[in-house]
Design a protein around this ligand. Sequence first.
Ligand SMILES: Nc1ncnc2c1ncn2[C@@H]1O[C@H](COP(=O)(O)OP(=O)(O)OP(=O)(O)O)[C@@H](O)[C@H]1O
Length: 630
Amino acid sequence: MRQKMAINQLLETAFPGANAENGSSNPVGISPTTLLETFVPGYGPIHKFLLFTFGFDVTVLVTFGVVCWLSARIFRSAWGVLYALVSSNYMAEITVSSTDEIHGHLIAFLAHQYKINSSRRLMAETPSKSAWELDSEDTETPETTVDAEGNIKWLNFSNQEAKSQPRFTPAIGSHNFWHKGTYFQLRRKEVAMFDELGGGAAAFKDKELLTLSCFGRSTEPIKKLIQHAKAHYHLGHNAKTVIKRPAPKDMRRFGGRGSWVKIAERPCRPMKTVVLDEERKLDVLSDINEYLNPATARWYANRGIPYRRGYLFYGPPGTGKTSLTFALAGVFGLDIHVVSLLEPTLTEEELGMLFTNLPARCIVLLEDIDTAGLIREPSDSDEKSGQPNEGEQGSTDFNVANLTKALKKANQLSEEEKKKGISLSGLLNIIDGVASHEGRVLVMTTNHPEKLDDALIRPGRVDHQVAFSNATQTQIRELFERMYSNDLPRTTKLITSSGSKEKLVDEKKVQANGAAIVNGTGHTLTPPATPVTATSDANGEAKSTVTFNHYAKIVEKAPSGTQDISESELHRIAQLFADQIPSDMFSPAEIQGFLLKRKKDPRRALEEVSVWVEGMVEVKRKGGKLVNVQ
Ligand SMILES: Nc1ncnc2c1ncn2[C@@H]1O[C@H](COP(=O)(O)OP(=O)(O)OP(=O)(O)O)[C@@H](O)[C@H]1O
């Protein structure tokens, strides 16, 4: 009885006015139990069973649960309203689309944030690395090894991908993190874009949006964060040259900076590696330097001159036109935007749009402009010359033959136009039309300047021409010296005979046991070597000597082979080498190709050069393309 009273008391507290026993104080006579009995089938018998067997009124528990659930709902709705109120009035946000490169910078930066990294929702990505980045990669560097039997185990990269560390970035959804004392929220979400593919077809594509927000009414902290992320990204990239090309057709239709995509990033090419007459190099360098100076832009504007500069690099293949362009990009820290006018999907309109979306300062490279298949639209004079002479046929006479010819010509032209897409007049307009982009450095290269239309290279479109020629004696000597000049100090990993433990051994000692070394002055000039590990079994000394000797033989053939040479000796050999090659006959690329095959052995290059020259002269005389001397 006392128990029952206690229950009633409890119910009375939970539901004032709803007395479970008699419901007398409930004006409508509905108690929670009645309600539950009405809505939950079978609740009545269970409730009664529990009440009479254990004296426990389950209604209290159910009601408590319902109250908690309702409160949570109300709290969540209230929080939603409050949050919306706070975020719209007291939070600032910036959204970045995945079509912009800032998106990549932010993701790379966030991947390094400790708080984000320890988040429970991450996305794993395989970072793509170029061959140049493998040096700094956290995976093992493969080695050329020679076992005790003298078998060579060549470099093998099969496990590189598997061993490379994945990158973890915030997953789609909401995240938060602190950066320099500010609390940031990050929302990463995918949105579908309706994409017209042309021909009536359409598709949905995914694009990503990153929204960064922080408390306060100013976006300044977010701007600083973005700036910081960009700086973080460029920290490891300032010694690299970025190469971009037009984005795929369906992406570039949206315009903006997304119309160009990065295709490669290379270490900057030092200017000194381009073997060219110093004066010519300096001329170009100072010309571009002057042009890029911000004061020059004002100077141009004040005089009403369009702020553009065009360069034509012409000369035989393999003489350094592209190399100089890359070196210039490295010197001035400019990205290179490469355009192929032969790209079948590129229309004049799109090329114009691509030019408008160039950054303020950059290099635009139009390679082999003579082969770009630019078509000259028939001018009035051409048309006139194609018309029949009045004397021959009456000008007013209807001539079926002429009409057929004209139609055929028109058809041919449109076929040609369809294939090539860009006409000469279209390109001229894009290069220096009224709406053309200002601030870029346009570099056009060609092997056949004589084939170019005068209009294309008139001043204003091409302001500076640089002639490239086959290698002169001085250039040959320079190429030789550069090939064998010093790089990084080396150590070679060897396993000593005393056991299987690895030990770093001075390379000179290795060579004393194997390959010959020349070290007159003590200052050695050595190209970088691949570490070679020689292994020996537990049998010791004898095997080890065999291994060293064997190594000496391998180094003669394998690319890891080397021969050190003093600086003065190198100059002497370079001169002897240059003396054996006729001036202005071979391109630097051809000489470089010959030297690369002997890249660790300047003496061998000197010994074999005369045979190579003879063979190559013969090939050139016959006009052949395949060489039998290399
Ligand atoms: N003047 C040079 N100095 C240093 N290296 C050169 C020079 N010319 C050519 N090379 C080397 O030859 C190769 C081809 O050079 P590059 O592509 O610059 O020639 P190119 O004149 O642009 O040829 P193409 O007209 O066929 O495009 C490169 O590996 C480059 O290092």
